[in-house]
Ligand binder design. Structure first.
Ligand SMILES: Nc1ccn([C@@H]2O[C@H](COP(=O)(O)OP(=O)(O)OP(=O)(O)O)[C@@H](O)[C@H]2O)c(=O)n1
Ligand SMILES: C[C@](O)(CO)[C@H](O)COP(=O)(O)O
Length: 264
């Protein structure tokens, strides 16, 4: 079977989908600086979002990808995805649908989740801003969910020592901040995406947070508030998030290394 791209609406047929990936891509990328929405900016000539979609579609488990576009940019994103094939070498079919996003990442994920059919049992949530995650990392997350974990996050140990500070605010912004503690680094992990969930658990977490009106910076954090266990599997250094301009330099270097290793 060949890869398919069905960008034609806000829903998905879901006839055969069991694992779906929701890709929030509606952010502006303020920390990256002025320009197009971050997900649409090129990496080696290909939009970041396309790299992210290919990373999810590259997993044999993923049969549906829901792309959450900037609120007023769903048509543009559909056209863009039509212009770039998923991959010439996929041996399975992946359906790609596009829905408009919201003002926050949380809202965007919730809108993407609404387009995931109930036949899907495992949902991945993956930042468009982590375009270079290797397929082995995606597969490890899916496997852990299928083995029974309701919520799984890929993560890495920290390279830096971390300090807890008393932030300076208001008129004192910019003054040196007093250190109030040094957490044991061995107990800390920097978490990445894709984060994987039993579908019902993720839906319940988003419903609870929507009602409480209080956000979380990642989806696993919302599941933690349900009192449901979240587990960590090894992340990958190439799954870093493109946030600031220097991250673009690193992303180009990773792609150049991949091209060299592939013999192109
Ligand atoms: N309203 C939003 C905000 C963020 N995201 C997505 O969430 C992911 C992680 O967010 P982040 O890296 O913070 O992206 P931005 O919000 O675009 O970055 P910034 O905070 O610098 O503006 C990105 O793929 C981004 O597109 C989203 O779908 N909808
Ligand atoms: C979900 C995430 O990528 C996990 O590390 C991160 O929390 C997103 O944070 P951001 O502030 O929206 O970039």
């Amino acid at each position: 079977m060949s890869a398919t791209q069905d960008h034609g609406g806000s829903g998905a047929s879901g006839r055969t989908a069991r694992t779906a990936a929701v890709i929030p891509a509606a952010g502006r990328g303020v920390r990256l600086g002025p320009g197009a929405p971050k997900a649409l900016r090129p990496l080696s000539g290909t939009p970041m979002l396309v790299h992210a979609v290919r990373a999810m579609a590259g997993s044999r488990s993923v049969s549906l990808v829901v792309v959450v576009a900037p609120p007023d940019g769903a048509d543009e994103v559909r056209l863009l995805l039509d212009a770039y094939p998923l991959s010439g070498s996929l041996t399975h079919t992946t359906e790609v649908v596009v829905v408009p996003g919201g003002e926050t990442r949380q809202e965007s994920v919730r809108k993407g989740l609404a387009a995931v059919p109930e036949t899907v049992t495992t949902v991945l949530v993956h930042d468009a801003a982590r375009p270079l995650v290797p397929v082995d990392t995606v597969d490890a997350v899916v496997a852990a969910v299928r083995d029974g974990a309701p919520a799984v996050v890929p993560a890495l140990p920290l390279a830096d020592t971390v300090k807890e500070v008393e932030p300076r605010t208001g008129e004192r912004t910019g003054e040196p901040e007093p250190v109030v503690g040094t957490p044991d680094r061995a107990l800390l992990r920097a978490v990445q995406t894709p984060q994987g969930f039993d579908r019902a658990t993720l839906v319940a977490a988003h419903e609870k947070i929507a009602l409480e009106g209080d956000g979380a910076t990642d989806d696993a954090g919302m599941v933690e508030r349900l009192g449901v266990e979240v587990v960590v599997v090894p992340g990958h250094e190439e799954a870093f998030k493109v946030t600031r301009p220097l991250d673009l330099v690193l992303a180009e270097a990773v792609l150049a290394r991949r091209r060299a290793n592939d013999g192109f």
